[in-house]
Design a protein around this ligand. Structure first.
Ligand SMILES: NC(=O)C1=CN([C@@H]2O[C@H](COP(=O)(O)OP(=O)(O)OC[C@H]3O[C@@H](n4cnc5c(N)ncnc54)[C@H](OP(=O)(O)O)[C@@H]3O)[C@@H](O)[C@H]2O)C=CC1
Ligand SMILES: O=C1OC[C@@H](O)[C@H](O)[C@H]1O
Length: 392
């Protein structure tokens, strides 16, 4: 590998809350997180509202004045100076907006959930394959050092065979006071509700352990299928309560059973708009030899606690190993997923090993099944896998 660092040139599609956080993180010097092989450049942003809005967005983020500001997404995807586009519109718009980018031959990092349903995700994947471009769902959780270490501990058998994972992401909102019914978290036209916005994180915690363990060589003795095969998706049982004024989900619980590992390890993902994930551990990974816990919001893990059980003594060792990973460089930690995109593109990879296309499809299929079991259907226009549709 060359000692010169590889620079990835980004275009930002939309100028809302997360677009600002991500773009500001892109501009953090990578050496502050001890990254020397890749760097990032913000070369353009587009707003569907106006070019002025895109210009003031770029300026607020601290992007260089040479960055282009567009008043439409179509202009952004036509810019030849852009290597990859970050799609940061509401979930309802991801499919149409990501298709626009892929069809123009652009690589794409698209916010979570990748789409509203699995049919749309499959179409994005087929289009990325056909165009020979990179596509990744922006589940930033997967790229934090804490996540990587927890995955490594589990794979090395630090807590023995994993039997169960319990993970929660709940918003602790005073819903009626804080949000109007038009807010994207409640609005069915924007694919609102807890499951797609927040529940996707605990579901990702379950997947990033149990889906991956099925094909991990060091745990293959626990696996019920050869490691060379694709991991098996889980069976799904779920329950949901709805927010009556709009019909979106406000409380959802998902039980996933992974038949390909330990003959059926279980993951329980919970999400709520009203309760809090911060009153105790938000992620608990249980194995025969102990447990790993994570405190705080599960989307950006900055710690873990390893608690082991003394074999044979029948007691729990109450000397947990606690590890903290403060996010360096004054950023929020979104740069870790950006670094992954840069390395994939530098190395000619079209998908990330940490969250590949089949896994994003399996996660969307899981959420489709939860919605099917509980009668949560979005307006036809945003469930559609037709492209293009007017008005996006
Ligand atoms: N990874 C993470 O931690 C987070 C991820 N997210 C994800 O990012 C996405 C965007 O969330 P967030 O930034 O909070 O949303 P915002 O409402 O703050 O921003 C969305 C932006 O999308 C553009 N947009 C285009 N069409 C519409 C429309 N019909 N209604 C509203 N906005 C529209 C607008 O930008 P413009 O006018 O410039 O085109 C708007 O500013 C969601 O899918 C969410 O799941 C959100 C928060 C955190
Ligand atoms: O991805 C997210 O994480 C943080 C939440 O506040 C936000 O609603 C969600 O989109």
């Amino acid at each position: 590998m060359s000692s010169k660092s590889y620079t990835l040139r980004w275009g930002i599609l939309a100028t809302g809350g997360i677009a600002k956080t991500f773009t500001t993180d892109l501009l953090v010097n990578p050496t502050t997180r001890d990254v020397h092989d890749v760097t990032h450049a913000v070369v353009a942003a587009a707003s569907s509202t106006s070019a002025e809005r895109a210009r003031s967005f770029l300026s607020d983020c601290g992007a260089p004045s040479s960055a282009a500001a567009y008043g439409s997404y179509a202009e952004l995807v036509a810019d030849p100076n852009i290597d990859i586009i970050y799609v940061a519109t509401p979930h309802s718009h991801h499919f149409q907006n990501a298709m626009l980018c892929l069809k123009a031959g652009k690589n794409v990092l698209c916010e979570k959930p990748l789409t509203v349903n699995a049919a749309q995700t499959k179409k994005l994947v087929a289009t990325a394959k056909q165009k020979g471009v990179f596509l990744m769902e922006a589940v930033w959780t997967r790229f934090f050092p804490a996540t990587k270490q927890v995955q490594q501990l589990v794979t090395e058998g630090a807590i023995g065979p994993v039997r169960r994972i319990v993970a929660d992401f709940s918003m602790h909102s005073d819903v009626e006071k804080e949000w109007k019914d038009s807010h994207r978290l409640l609005n069915m036209d924007l694919a609102g509700g807890a499951l797609l916005d927040l529940g996707v994180y605990p579901i990702n915690w379950v997947f990033q352990i149990l889906y991956h363990l099925q094909s991990s060589p060091s745990t293959s003795s626990h696996s019920t299928q050869p490691s060379s095969q694709n991991p098996l998706p889980p069976t799904v049982t779920s329950s949901m309560t709805k927010y009556a004024p709009t019909g979106c989900d406000e409380n959802t619980t998902v039980l996933m059973t992974f038949p390909g590992y330990n003959g059926g390890s279980q993951g329980i993902a919970t999400t709520s708009l009203r309760t809090s994930s911060e009153t105790g551990p938000s992620v608990r990974i249980y194995g025969d030899k102990g447990e790993i816990q994570i405190d705080g919001l599960p989307c950006h893990p900055d710690n873990y606690r390893l608690i082991t059980v003394n074999p044979g003594e029948g007691s729990v060792s109450r000397q947990p190993k606690e590890v903290r990973f403060p996010v360096p460089g004054g950023g929020k930690g979104m740069f870790y997923e950006a670094d992954e995109c840069a390395r994939c593109l530098r190395d000619g990879r079209k998908e990330s090993e940490s969250i590949g296309w089949m896994e994003s499809i399996a996660i969307m299929e899981t959420m489709d099944e939860v919605r099917r079991q509980n009668g949560l259907v979005y307006p036809e226009r945003i469930e559609s896998a037709e492209y293009p549709l007017e008005g996006f």
